[in-house]
Design a protein around this ligand. Structure first.
Ligand code: FDA
Length: 283
């Protein structure tokens, strides 16, 4: 993306283009009492060489986490590891990352992409989890299927990051109305917390957060038995409030050069972001 203004606007949501910048961002978050998950941006790679390169880059990220003692997991997308080209190669790339993460006491969060990938993504995670528990899944509350996916993941002891969902999906697969997505989010959140596995409640929605806090209290969960997650650059005051209130908060920190699709999803989530971006581009 060669539009300098767009790069400027994207900077709100992205830690920088290099691993060094991402490390600095994680350190700054740690100083504010937060932890991180690092996303080396990239998706839908076109060749197995690119998928392998993405895997090598993530191994460098895990090295940095280990040697610089960062409190961070990694977040990966399976289409970045070659899912569109070879499911087998993708599975192997993920296995290598999860094995390394497990060796160093870290964890791999597998992001969830568009619905064309849901079945394959969950199957790969569930299978890998039998051998390497250091891998977790993401569930999108906007999909009708998610309650049954949550039950299946819980049956296998796989922990979950719960989000609302960021891709454009047809009404045959996803709730078109926000109120229904929110209601499903709350239903799934309660299912997850009641399982007493360690889950990740990813949202900036104050109502979802308040209801999660209430549900955790009702279930007698301690504040370290689950975590909240938010995106880098979104609603910093709310992030700080959660930390002040003693909750665990992990910030999703994207970095790298392939920021355009990620940035577009952030714009689509909130119309005000589009105006902010346009102002930056015009300036
Ligand atoms: P909602 O969209 O209702 O927003 C609630 C409030 O939050 C808004 O009123 C606004 O104030 C604020 N807000 C939300 N988005 C904002 C933005 N971009 N900029 C500024 N303010 C914003 N999705 C997916 O499909 N697969 C995945 O793997 C992940 N992973 C993931 C990890 C983490 C840590 C988070 C927080 C989110 C994701 N998502 C995701 C994205 C998620 O599905 C969803 O699109 C966004 O989080 C927005 O939904 P909210 O829950 O914040 O609620």
């Amino acid at each position: 993306m060669r539009l300098p203004g767009a790069g400027r606007a994207a900077r709100q949501f992205i830690a920088g283009e290099t691993l060094q910048k991402a490390v600095e961002a994680v350190r700054a978050l740690q100083a504010r009492g937060m932890v991180a998950t690092l996303d080396h941006l990239g998706e839908n790679v076109a060749t197995l060489e690119q998928a392998r390169a993405a895997r090598e880059e993530y191994l460098e990220v895990l090295d940095a986490i280990r040697h610089q003692q960062l409190r961070s997991t990694i977040s990966v997308k399976l289409t970045q590891l070659g899912m569109d080209i070879s499911e087998e190669a993708c599975r192997e790339n993920l296995r290598v990352l999860v094995e390394r993460a497990q060796q160093i006491g870290d964890f791999v969060e597998v992001d969830m992409e568009g619905s064309a990938y849901t079945d394959r993504t969950l199957a790969i995670i569930t299978q890998l989890h039998r051998e390497y528990p250091a891998v977790g899944a993401v569930i999108q509350a906007y999909l009708y299927r998610s309650e049954s996916d949550v039950r299946e993941l819980l049956r296998h002891g796989v922990s979950v990051r719960l989000c609302k969902g960021a891709y454009r999906e047809p009404s045959t697969l996803a709730f078109p109305r926000k109120a229904d997505v929110d209601a499903n989010y709350l239903r799934l959140m309660r299912l997850l917390l009641a399982s007493r596995l360690y889950h990740r409640i990813a949202t900036h929605d104050p109502r979802m957060i308040a209801e999660t806090r209430r549900a955790a209290e009702e279930l007698g969960l301690m504040k370290n038995q689950f975590e909240f997650q938010m995106l880098y650059g979104v609603n910093r005051p709310l992030q700080e409030q959660l930390v002040r209130d003693g909750y665990r908060l992990r910030i999703y920190v994207p970095f790298g050069r392939a920021w355009f699709p990620y940035f577009m999803r952030r714009l689509a989530e909130r119309p005000a972001n589009v105006w902010f971006a346009l102002r930056s581009i015009i300036r």
